[in-house]
Design a protein around this ligand. Structure first.
Ligand SMILES: C[S@@+](CC[C@H](N)C(=O)[O-])C[C@H]1O[C@@H](n2cnc3c(N)ncnc32)[C@H](O)[C@@H]1O
Length: 215
């Protein structure tokens, strides 16, 4: 049970799918794990519980950062919490695993919100505002042989993610998929998504994908 300040993303299917993939990574006491877009810190807690003793959680939301600190404290986990934008404050560091469940929902506008709960899911018109940045930045903070685990929806261009990572000389794989019913945000946006051709008329389910990329 994780603590969560109001407005912080409640761990959902995507979090669980990514946690399952993370659990299959060999995380020893010397593993350095970076959780980008950490929310409550659910994935950081999983990494710490699996034995990684250097876990860093980054989130741009102050409430998320506080929630992660609380969850680390309550669970007795050593997690370094950084309030910031993606890798900006860890640019000079290197990690064995970067795990990320970023915002990836196609939104009405290209500008990403700078506050409020929607900052956890809205990611520009094509849903790729954060995914594109992570594809470019994550390889820079991985050691050779390091692993990126990245969750996204099939609505926000899985092929584009695979191509961008391959262009950075990463070996890519789909590690897990799950088909889930649209949540309230997608239900509300169905008309817009249909008009843009991002979903079929009448579609009510999306596929969540976890990409595993090795540097
Ligand atoms: C979908 S939630 C995922 C939370 C958590 N990882 C999970 O799986 O339950 C996305 C998170 O990304 C954070 N976020 C959005 N933009 C960010 C940015 N530029 N840098 C860091 N975190 C960001 C949001 O505040 C939110 O907590």
């Amino acid at each position: 049970m994780l603590l969560r300040l109001p407005g912080v993303y409640r761990p959902q299917h995507d979090t669980q799918l990514l946690a399952d993939v993370l659990a299959a990574e060999p995380l020893g006491p010397h593993s350095r794990v970076l959780d980008l877009c950490a929310g409550t810190g659910a994935l950081s807690v999983c990494a710490a519980a699996a034995g990684a003793d250097r876990v860093t959680a980054v989130d741009v939301s102050r409430r998320a950062a506080i929630s992660i600190r609380l969850n680390a404290l309550v669970g007795g986990h050593r997690i370094r919490v950084i309030h910031g934008d993606l890798i900006e404050k860890v640019r000079e560091e290197r990690f064995d695993v970067v795990v990320s469940n970023p915002p990836y929902v196609p939104a009405l506008a290209d500008a990403v919100p700078d506050r409020g709960p929607a900052r956890a899911w809205d990611a520009g018109k094509n849903g790729r505002a954060l995914l594109d940045r992570i594809c470019c930045q994550a390889p820079d903070v991985l050691v050779a042989g390091g692993v990126l685990l990245l969750a996204q929806s099939s609505l926000s261009g899985v092929e584009k993610t695979l191509t961008m990572l391959e262009e950075q000389n990463m070996r890519v794989d789909i590690a897990a998929t799950a088909e889930i019913p649209f949540g309230p945000v997608l239900v509300e946006r169905r008309g817009m998504l249909e008009r843009r051709g991002l979903i079929e008329v009448g579609q009510t389910r999306e596929e969540i994908v976890v990409i595993r990329a090795v540097k």
